[in-house]
Design a protein around this ligand. Structure first.
Ligand code: SF4
Length: 400
């Protein structure tokens, strides 16, 4: 096998001599006018820089930067409301004083227990019997304040070395029961096309038992021009079957995003949507209905709504589970069935993904213990009770 040449995403980020855009320049800026790499270099990385283009930016303590960096692409800055600090895009990406408080969360850096389930020497998290999570990058175009992988994303200690990537592919190749590989990070699309081509090619060549190869990325949302015909050719060449994108608010769905989603779809790739339920951003039935209907209109299937993980600096985004149940009930029956995602809480310490599901049908034992009754409730709150089949119900045998 040819050695994998490392073209680390950091390479894109390090050449930061490019000038930041002023407000006037941002207003006139066309994200299609320059390469995605150039836009990556133009990211705002300090709240004082963002103060140059937005009003009412919080003066957060510098200690915030010790825990999690800031990065905002010019395209994302354009989507932010210039004056409203409660803008749902600003809330996702701008640091707030809330991150400096809540000591109880200070140690929860890997609350999903991913490190425990990582195969030593690799970046493969092998938790479920047949599928693996392959963390290839520790960089994203824009950094989300609620990121569940703050322990590695944007951290110098979190970078995934090329040897680790090679050993990860060795592991996937050697374990023939693995038939589902999810590339994530960070964002795998921060890699240059030729690097991605090598990684995907190595998986396909060395692990023919992998039946489902998929990727999680937020690039199409944060830096849509990353989606190029060349990238789509790489996805098609290696039969990447699914790309899951991450959108939290309908404001993030722009004409440019729609155009780039279509390019990915034309490469024969299924697309799914994942969303994080975030207080102040999308914990609202109307917002969620609109988001999922717009998504399904684009042919992107809403897949999961995650509860915010209990990572340090993200507690102010957490929506209680009972509220998540209410949000789910505001979708089921009220919008198209295929537009309703599964609501998920990731169990603390590596329990895995647990669906949050309201109960619509409940079978109860009759008071005399002779059978059961089934109590049903529909999406609009109407109820009906049906006879149960009884405890010793058996199909009648055919009589001749
Ligand atoms: S895009 Fe995903 S991995 Fe990257 S910062 Fe946001 S939540 Fe974290």
């Amino acid at each position: 096998m040819p050695a994998i040449i490392d073209i680390a995403p950091a390479q894109v980020a390090s050449a930061t001599t490019t000038k930041l855009l002023t407000r006037a320049e941002l207003d006139a800026y066309d994200p299609e006018s320059e390469s995605w790499q150039k836009q990556f270099q133009r990211r705002y990385t300090h709240h004082s820089e963002l103060k140059g283009v937005l009003n009412q930016v919080e003066d957060v303590n510098e200690t915030v930067y010790n825990k999690f960096a800031i990065a905002v692409t010019p395209y994302m800055a354009q989507l932010m409301d210039r004056d409203d600090p409660k803008c749902p895009i600003r809330l996702q990406y701008l640091p707030s004083f809330h991150e400096e408080t809540k000591p109880g969360f200070a140690t929860l850096l890997d609350e999903l227990g991913e490190e425990r389930d990582t195969i030593p020497g690799t970046s493969v998290v092998h938790r479920y019997p047949r599928r693996v999570l392959f963390l290839v990058s520790n960089t994203c175009a824009t950094l989300c304040r609620f990121c569940t992988r703050k322990r590695m994303v944007s951290q110098p200690t979190g970078s995934v070395h090329k040897d680790e990537i090679e050993r990860s592919i060795d592991y996937i190749a050697a374990n023939k029961e693995i038939d589902d590989v999810l590339l994530s990070g960070g964002d795998p699309l921060t890699f240059a096309d030729d690097r991605l081509d090598e990684i995907l090619g190595a998986i396909r060549r060395r692990a023919p038992h992998v039946r489902f190869l998929r990727m999680g990325s937020r690039m199409v949302v944060q830096l849509p021009t990353r989606i190029t015909p060349e990238l789509c050719a790489v996805l098609e060449k290696h039969r990447v079957q699914m790309v899951n994108i991450h959108i939290n608010h309908p404001k993030e769905i722009t004409p440019l995003l729609r155009q780039r989603v279509k390019m990915i779809q034309k490469a024969g790739v299924m697309m799914g949507l994942q969303t994080v339920c975030l207080k102040g951003v999308n914990d609202d039935v109307q917002v969620m209905r609109e988001l999922f209907m717009q998504s399904i209109e684009m042919g992107v299937r809403p897949y999961y709504v995650y509860s915010t993980d209990m990572v340090e600096g993200a507690h102010h985004f957490i929506v209680p589970h009972h509220r998540m149940l209410q949000l789910y009930e505001g979708l089921r029956g009220w919008i198209s069935g295929p537009a309703v995602p599964t609501f998920i809480v990731d169990g603390l310490g590596g329990l895995g993904k647990l669906p949050i599901i309201p109960q619509y049908v409940k079978e109860e034992l009759l008071p005399d213990g002779t059978g059961t009754t089934v109590k049903c409730r529909n999406y609009a709150g109407k109820t009906v009770e049906m006879p149960g089949l009884g405890l010793d119900f058996a199909l009648p045998t055919q009589s001749n």
